[in-house]
Design a protein around this ligand. Structure first.
Ligand code: GLN
Length: 243
């Protein structure tokens, strides 16, 4: 057993895993292994308790409208624990549907609305007919490039969503869109950063394609658990892979 370990929760990994979002965990394990850290992941799904003190990282992947409806119902029972985890700076990656459900609500393609848990202040609408005409299609789909204004890092991915997300109080974008559509196709924001939550519409998965972001988030999780080690310096020795 390695001296340093991170416990990961894969939230609804059996229902929310669009385009292999689990690859984000594989990417974290790839970098962690090179600095002597073991990553253990555990599925936390319907009817399971999410213990906010038990995990060092959470992945909440994307899903289709139907799966999101099923998950939204169960998620209510985990809302208080997830809020505690997030407010205590627990690192979390939320992709697409997972990102949507952490906000207030999400309007689906059929016009019905699904409640999120409102632990973050964004909300997600569907496309109006006018927007469908302007954006030439009913979904925001294709390759996307964004730039994080604080670090200057550029992230590459693929997006495929109908929902249009608008950020709220205390939320910063993960990046500014330089190619593609982003959160809503209108305001050039993509994704979110709130405490140590990273939300994004990127599949691909985002950590395999953007090793710089994977290493940044891994350093955050490790520093939170083992503050006496200079994790950033260790990870600086490991090359960031890009695909
Ligand atoms: N159903 C959501 C949408 O289309 C999320 C899709 C996804 O997770 N890829 O907006």
């Amino acid at each position: 057993m390695a001296d340093y370990q991170l416990q990961l929760a894969h939230l609804y990994g059996d229902l929310m895993n669009t385009y292999g979002d689990y690859g984000n965990i594989i990417a974290l394990r790839y970098y962690a292994k090179q600095i002597g850290v073991e990553i253990n992941d555990q599925l936390v799904s319907l009817d399971d308790r999410f213990d906010p003190k038990a995990y060092d990282f959470v992945l909440f992947g994307g899903g289709q409208d139907y799966e999101e409806t099923v998950v939204a119902h169960d998620l209510k029972s985990k809302a208080d624990d997830l809020k505690e985890y997030i407010e205590n700076d627990g690192p979390l990656l939320a992709v697409c549907g997972g990102f949507q459900l952490l906000g207030h609500y999400m309007e689906m393609a059929d016009g019905s609305t699904v409640d999120g848990i409102g632990v973050m202040d964004h909300y997600t609408t569907n496309m109006t007919d006018d927007q469908v005409k302007t954006l030439k299609g009913s979904r925001l789909t294709g390759d996307i490039v964004i730039k994080n204004n604080e670090t200057g890092e550029e992230y590459h991915g693929f997006e495929n969503h109908q929902g249009r997300t608008f950020l709220g109080k205390g939320e910063k974008a993960l990046g500014t869109v330089t190619a593609g559509q982003g959160n809503n196709g209108m305001d050039k924001t993509e994704g979110v950063i709130y405490h140590n939550v990273y939300g994004s519409y990127f599949h691909g998965p985002i950590f395999t394609r953007n090793g710089n972001l994977a290493k940044r988030v891994l350093a955050t999780a490790l520093t939170r658990k083992y503050p006496d080690v200079d994790w950033q310096a260790k990870l600086d020795q490991v090359p960031a892979e890009t695909f």
